[in-house]
Design a protein around this ligand. Structure first.
Ligand code: PNW
Length: 491
């Protein structure tokens, strides 16, 4: 087995200061239903938009694959819990499949098998002393709700609230940490601006903004429901999680461009919830209103919040959850210049040019360039904008294309980012949790099985989906055991 201390010495990243995490800081790992469960049509489960997308538009998936079987965690959940326990995880974040639990999408029919599956998973985790952290929506919308407009239909606010009520009622006695929505920016921007994720509808600057407003209202409805009817009994916490690229200015000259992009990338799904004034970030709202006018629209493409809606969304959080992977640099567009190859996060919309620093190495995903200091800067930016509240890192991890068990680059990614978390804590940001994405290799959306984020390797050619610990899993286990980055000797 490799000597971990040996190669970090060679890479010269050994930092003298003590790198211990505060007492009570928790480490976990995450997965999502569509990416691991498989059993796409077992029992009464109805299709989600990802079932439809992968079955009918497989040309959009790198290897033409689907999550039909994935890690087969629907059948192999005991093994997953065993592995989570072997790593010593304090918590395990999973998501609930809406169409598995409610085959109609609506709450009039509840699947017995769905209920049994999530009860088994939750009880199994608790038996091992692992806290279950559950996400209500990790992108697998029931197809029949998509047929009615999905996230662009304002009625989804009620549909989501009804679903949340069922979930809290069934599992709220044992699940105390809830994430309502995973990465609204992906649900709305990647889907509608880029058209590249299920349901594959392209409606940039229109569908994406309808979705954005409805998803904020749906989150707020689910938070208020918990707050009013379930918190008095169960005393849990609820928030949504935002995936945010840290946006760095090219130079001092472009601070405004970088800040406007941050207000799009982070503010779009945070300002309404986490600030005193609520509503859209003012700089961004003004920009889109003026642009819409120039384009001849009778009103802004960004749908306004009524005062009542602003009040409804404001303050609907118990913590701030952030998923961090990567960064971009921002500068103004030169005359006649196109926005560059990163249409996400407003490059085309807000006239900002985004690219990556040549020193940031690329991971296996096309969008993924490594910049660890971005995590610390992002956490400090979040505290400055949204206040001195509890921050949780709810996803962070690294992709490779090989099935390498000696995954040195992944270990390095984790170490470098965890070091930045410690620095952010020293800066005064109250970070309480860190979540590795992901426990085991799984269905990586449009990358299919070609990019691997797992601490644990999965053999997708083996019907038994054999799971094998990578060195990064041992690194993570040691980190959890010692609660410090200094005492990890993997010899
Ligand atoms: C997140 N991008 O997705 C998700 O929450 C996970 O389900 C996913 O597996 C993980 O990160 C790794 O991709 C992302 O295009 C999807 O920038 C797309 C992007 C970023 C994150």
């Amino acid at each position: 087995m490799m000597n971990y201390m040996g190669y970090i010495g060679v890479l010269g990243v050994l930092v003298q200061a003590e790198r211990r995490f505060p007492d009570g800081f928790k480490f976990g790992a995450a997965t999502a239903a569509y990416q691991v469960e498989g059993a796409w049509n077992s029992s009464d489960k109805a299709p989600s938009i990802w079932d439809t997308f992968t079955h009918h538009q497989s040309e959009n998936i790198a290897d033409g694959s689907s999550g039909d079987v994935a890690c087969d965690s629907y059948n192999k959940w005991r093994e997953d819990i065993e592995l989570a326990s072997e790593l010593g995880l304090h918590f395990y974040r999973f998501s609930i499949s809406w169409p598995r639990l409610l085959p109609n999408g609506f709450s009039n029919v509840i699947s017995e098998d769905g209920v049994r599956y999530y009860n088994d998973l939750i009880d199994g985790l608790l038996e091992k002393g692992i806290e279950p952290v559950a996400t209500l929506y990790h992108w697998d919308l029931p197809q029949n709700l998509q047929d009615l407009g999905g996230w662009t239909n304002p009625l989804i606010v009620d549909w989501f609230k009804d679903y949340a009520r069922i979930v809290y009622t069934l599992f709220g006695d044992r699940v105390k940490t809830w994430i309502t929505i995973n990465e609204a920016i992906v649900v709305c921007e990647v889907v509608y601006t880029m058209g590249s994720f299920a349901p594959g509808i392209s409606s940039p600057g229109l569908g994406s903004y309808l979705c954005g407003k409805n998803i904020l209202l749906a989150h707020a409805a689910a938070w208020r429901l918990y707050d009013e009817e379930f918190r008095p009994m169960y005393h849990g916490k609820v928030s949504l999680t935002n995936q945010i690229f840290w946006i760095e200015p090219y130079s001092e000259e472009f601070i405004e461009e970088a800040e406007l992009t941050m207000q799009y990338a982070a503010g779009f799904y945070s300002h309404a919830i986490y600030t005193k004034e609520g509503g859209w970030p003012p700089t961004f709202e003004k920009y889109i209103a003026e642009k819409s006018k120039r384009e001849g629209y009778p009103r802004s493409r960004l749908p306004a919040f009524t005062e009542e809606e602003k009040e409804f969304v404001k303050g609907t959080y118990d913590f701030y959850a952030v998923n961090y992977y990567t960064s971009r640099r921002a500068r103004a567009l030169k005359p006649g210049e196109a926005a560059g190859e990163w249409p996400m996060f407003g490059a085309g919309e807000i006239g900002v040019f985004l690219d990556v620093h040549p020193d940031w190495p690329q991971a296996a995903s096309h969008w993924f360039y490594v910049n660890p200091p971005g995590l610390r800067k992002l956490l400090v930016w979040l505290k400055k904008n949204y206040g001195d509240i509890e921050y949780m890192i709810i996803e962070n991890g690294y992709s490779t294309s090989e099935r390498d068990l000696n995954d040195i680059k992944r270990i390095q990614y984790y170490e470098d980012h965890l070091e930045q978390v410690l620095l952010a804590i020293k800066d005064g940001v109250n970070v309480t949790r860190y979540t590795a994405w992901t426990l085991l290799d799984n269905y990586e959306w449009t990358d299919g099985y070609t990019s691997k984020f797992g601490l644990i390797d999965v053999d997708f050619n083996d019907p038994a989906r054999k799971r094998t610990l990578r060195d990064s899993a041992r690194f993570y286990a040691k980190l959890i055991e010692t609660h410090s980055l200094d005492d990890i000797n993997m010899v």
